[in-house]
Design a protein around this ligand. Structure first.
Ligand SMILES: Cc1cc2nc3c(=O)[nH]c(=O)nc-3n(C[C@H](O)[C@H](O)[C@H](O)COP(=O)(O)O)c2cc1C
Length: 286
């Protein structure tokens, strides 16, 4: 038997397989496809302070090897989340990580304070780096970082310095799709965020750069992960856990299948604990 447990700062997971915010609904929608209690944890769609209608449609478009989306954080707000979703989420039998986004710092802090008082949450994932949240909330804090920057290392370093237990790398990469006959962008929002297999090399590079520069900061790898071999690439590059995102859209049980395959692959490799392989990648350069 392979020991799949992993630790990210103050957060302990039964295995490294998580599902990415915005790609797994509020979790109950997925209960018919995945044995939720088997996953390392679940991350419901981002919640904002007030309800948001999101962007006009079309909000998604398929591109070669990727999905472009501009949903615009469509959600019913934190009060609805606490009253309607949290009671269900407490029953799923695995770690629940709430993902929050504020329009300003005060909203982030207010939401983190509210969620810190709720039983049954394992951690909070912030859609942006926010310093004051650590003081406002006793739960482990994960900062989810945008890849739309020149150098990810100083951003991750700032998250570590602000007290984040872990960073999630990466969110979507800005892109666009064009209908040249209509002379219009396809998304109603013109530009959107690219996800899926197309972004995996960028995500791997960022995980590797952050892991090398900040060896004590826990990393959650995200970006085009669909199979166990993808997950293992991120783990050797330095990720202690991973999130399955877009793959769930084209293969709803992808996360659970990945977990089965991961156990098999680690066993074949002779590894007794998943944690043994984290950050074991070595450079080819002298
Ligand atoms: C349709 C869609 C909606 C998303 N919504 C959110 C969201 O609400 N909050 C968030 O933090 N990330 C959101 N993401 C980003 C994913 O969580 C993830 O970071 C990104 O898609 C990269 O992983 P992937 O290539 O495995 O999909 C969304 C992605 C997609 C495709």
């Amino acid at each position: 038997m392979v020991d799949l447990r992993v630790t990210l700062g103050r957060l302990q997971l039964k295995n490294p397989v998580l599902v990415a915010s915005g790609t797994f609904g509020y979790v109950r929608e997925m209960a018919g496809f995945v044995h939720l209690e088997r996953l390392g944890g679940v991350i419901p769609k981002t919640v904002t302070f007030r309800p948001r209608a999101g962007n006009p449609t079309p909000r998604t478009v398929e591109t070669p090897s990727g999905l472009l989306n501009a949903i615009g954080l469509d959600n019913d707000g934190i009060t609805h989340f606490r009253e309607h979703h949290l009671p269900y989420l407490r029953t799923v039998g695995t770690a629940v990580i709430a993902n929050i986004a504020g329009e300003d710092e005060d909203q982030f802090v207010a939401m983190a304070e509210m969620l810190g008082q709720e039983p049954g949450l394992a951690a909070v994932e912030l859609n942006r780096l926010v310093r004051r949240v650590r003081g406002a909330c006793p739960l482990p804090i994960i900062a989810k970082l945008t890849p739309n920057v020149n150098d990810i290392v100083p951003i991750a370093a700032a998250a570590a310095e602000a007290g984040a237990d872990a960073v999630s790398l990466i969110n979507t990469i800005k892109g666009m799709a064009v209908d040249w006959r209509r002379r219009r962008p396809i998304l109603a929002n013109d530009i959107g965020g690219l996800s899926g297999p197309a972004i995996k090399p960028v995500a791997l590079r960022m995980v590797w750069e952050v892991a090398r520069a900040l060896p004590h900061l826990a990393i959650i790898g995200i970006g085009g992960i669909a199979r166990a071999s993808d997950a293992l690439e991120f783990m050797v590059a330095g990720a202690s856990a991973i999130q399955v995102g877009t793959a769930t859209f084209y293969n709803p049980p992808a996360s659970e299948n990945l977990l089965d395959e991961l156990t098999g692959l680690l066993g074949e490799t002779g590894v007794t604990a998943a944690a043994e392989i984290i950050g074991t990648l070595r450079s080819n350069r002298p």
